[in-house]
Design a protein around this ligand. Structure first.
Ligand SMILES: O=C(O)CCC(=O)C(=O)O
Length: 304
């Protein structure tokens, strides 16, 4: 396997990101209803090869990583974005990033996690059981997860040939179900469980509230997935506090925002334009974002 990392551009210029409003609106409707959207061919063959090469490049150093899955082998590394330039370059990938922004529908967002998970074949275990995302405590409204984040799952090997190849499974619409989907007595999977039988290079973008798991992997290949989570900056990141300098060095202002940097004292909570340079691009393409009532707080002249 060649360890090339040139196929993904080092920087993605915002103005070069393709914006197809009809497509993004359709994805938003599907995401709101079903809790996920599939983007086929999100990664081209050269990019897949680059990423698989990067995984091999980090494998020796990561073999003893504390988050490695001990039960079945395979890598489980988080964050992964700081481990190789190829992972860093997925931060604003042109095929997924406009959709991420449209679905979150705001500019005050950032990367909250990045995870490489390999699921090796196993007759005995599935790698990840059923859950929705969001940490402790779960923030719910009427027993439904509040929406604060989503994940982009990139799948680097074909998972289309059978149901049990370690694919991501979801219960469509379960982000809107109070208390989650029903599990029939004795059943392994909840009602509606659906494996994402995607081709190599596909991305699945899913709402944090959707119930999901990894399918058992009874194939002969390791399932290789990269998950990049994005969320509103009023919440904490999942798997880092501050990105290392080697990741931040050379990053554009928007990339620094997405990598969790801020400029002013309350920049995560009541951001100035310097804290959220993505705002200019967002407003140009998607209009004014919701700012609640907070822009009225502050120095208000009494005669107005
Ligand atoms: O694909 C997997 O192994 C499960 C991923 C998952 O559950 C997650 O990212 O929250």
């Amino acid at each position: 396997m060649q360890n090339r990392d040139t196929s993904i551009p080092a920087h993605c210029e915002l103005d070069q990101l393709p914006i197809d409003h009809a497509l993004l609106d359709a994805r938003k409707r599907a995401f709101d209803e079903f809790g996920y959207v599939v983007i086929e061919d999100a990664l081209d063959a050269a990019t897949i090869e680059t990423l698989l090469g990067a995984i091999e490049a980090i494998r020796p150093a990561m073999a003893d990583h504390p988050h490695r899955n001990k039960s079945e082998g395979g890598l489980n590394v988080r964050p992964v974005i700081d481990k190789h330039p190829a992972f860093r370059r997925l931060l604003m990938h042109p095929t997924t990033f406009p959709t991420v922004v449209r679905l979150l529908n705001h500019y005050s967002i950032q990367l909250i996690q990045s995870n490489l998970i390999e699921a090796e074949p196993s007759a005995a275990r599935r790698l990840t059981g059923w859950h929705s995302d969001g940490g402790i405590p779960a923030i719910t409204v009427n027993r439904i997860r509040a929406f604060g984040s989503l994940k982009v799952g990139y799948f680097l090997r074909d998972l289309s040939a059978a149901d049990e190849m370690g694919a991501l499974m979801v219960v469509p619409g379960s982000h809107r179900m109070q208390g989650g989907p029903p599990f029939p007595s004795g059943a392994r999977d909840p009602v509606g469980a659906t494996p994402m039988k995607v081709h190599a290079g596909s991305a699945v973008i899913f709402h944090q509230g959707i119930w999901h798991a990894a399918a058992p992997n009874r194939s002969r290949q390791t399932r290789v997935a990269l998950y990049y989570g994005y969320g509103y900056r009023v919440f904490r990141p999942v798997d880092y506090q501050r990105m290392p300098d080697h990741v931040l060095n050379g990053a554009s202002p928007v990339e620094r925002q997405l990598l969790g940097e801020t400029v002013t004292h309350q920049g995560y909570y009541v951001p100035t334009d310097a804290d959220v340079p993505l705002r200019t691009w967002f407003t140009k393409h998607f209009g004014q974002a919701d700012v609640g009532q907070l822009e009225r707080v502050g120095d208000v002249a009494l005669d107005h």
